[in-house]
Write a protein that binds this ligand. Structure first.
Ligand SMILES: Nc1ncnc2c1ncn2[C@@H]1O[C@H](COP(=O)(O)OP(=O)(O)OP(=O)(O)O)[C@@H](O)[C@H]1O
Ligand SMILES: [Mg+2]
Length: 253
């Protein structure tokens, strides 16, 4: 059984996409078979792999306008991507009225599992910066949630909103859902912030703060525009070593 993971935070620019890209790449290079699913109409994850937006995307597969085979793009050894274009902004309008509007992605994962039984080790969702129907679908379909947090703009209220949605989904639609961890990104070790923040987090969300801090690192910022993950672009960088460490922590979580 594959691990189904969502990276989410309704706050924009906290490192969701950077984390999905580099953790996905790290897992694939360790030999795990990984599927990344871009659920953000901004398409940032897709653009970090593809120069041109393909015509088949998460939206067309959900609209049943193409086959699974058409939408699973191999972007690297062991790494598949279901891309996302701006058309996916129509998701709410298209599906909100359905009785099973929360289960659209659950159905998709079931179809994938049926078509490719036991062929994947990880399915990872990148979500948009909102707690709307798209993110809700991801939380209903997955088993594990990780929340990246920008250490420069730590917000307890924002975090409480994510944790609250996760626990509501857990109660009803998806009892198998687990809040697995919160981690800091864009961390500047020279600035005094972490002690206080780490204490506040530990007090409010015991056991959830991961040990790895992702430092602010220019290679993480530059690599996506060259369609590279950080391990290919700058294997000796802090970004590569931090994401390697975080991936190992997630493997043990
Ligand atoms: N550790 C880091 N060091 C330096 N830059 C980073 C780091 N993590 C992310 N960035 C940069 O910060 C910006 C936002 O990161 P990213 O796109 O991963 O966030 P996001 O949470 O996916 O944003 P959105 O909510 O818009 O989808 C990007 O330009 C990215 O390259
Ligand atoms: Mg993003």
């Amino acid at each position: 059984m594959a691990r189904y993971i969502t990276f989410t935070n309704q706050k924009g620019g906290v490192g969701k996409t950077t984390s999905v890209l580099n953790i996905g790449a790290a897992l694939a290079s360790k030999g795990y078979r990984v599927l990344l699913i871009d659920l953000d109409p901004q398409g940032n994850l897709t653009q970090s792999f593809m120069t041109e937006m393909p015509s088949d995307t998460i939206f067309t597969i959900l609209m049943k306008e193409c086959s699974l085979e058409d939408v699973l793009f191999q972007v690297k050894e062991n790494l598949l991507l279901i891309p996302c274009s701006s058309k996916f902004a129509n998701f709410e309008r298209q599906f909100a009225a359905d009785a099973d509007s929360q289960y659209i992605l659950t159905d998709l994962l079931e179809d994938i599992e049926k078509a490719y039984p036991d062929q994947l080790d990880f399915i990872i969702f990148d979500t948009p910066p909102a707690l709307g129907l798209i993110t809700l679908n991801a939380l209903v379909a997955c088993r594990e949630v990780f929340v990246p947090m920008n250490s420069q703009e730590f917000s307890l209220t924002g975090l409480e909103a994510v944790v609250d949605v996760v626990s509501r989904v857990q109660k009803r639609a998806n009892p198998k859902l687990n809040m697995k961890g919160i981690f800091f990104t864009q961390h500047n070790p020279r600035k005094y912030i972490s002690r206080n923040m780490a204490d506040t987090l530990a007090a409010n969300f015991p056991g959830l703060l991961l040990q790895t801090y992702i430092r602010k690192n220019v290679a993480l910022e530059e690599s996506p525009s060259l369609r590279q993950d950080v391990f290919l672009y700058a294997p000796e960088s802090n970004g590569a070593s931090d994401y390697e460490k975080l991936t190992n922590e997630i493997l043990k979580a």
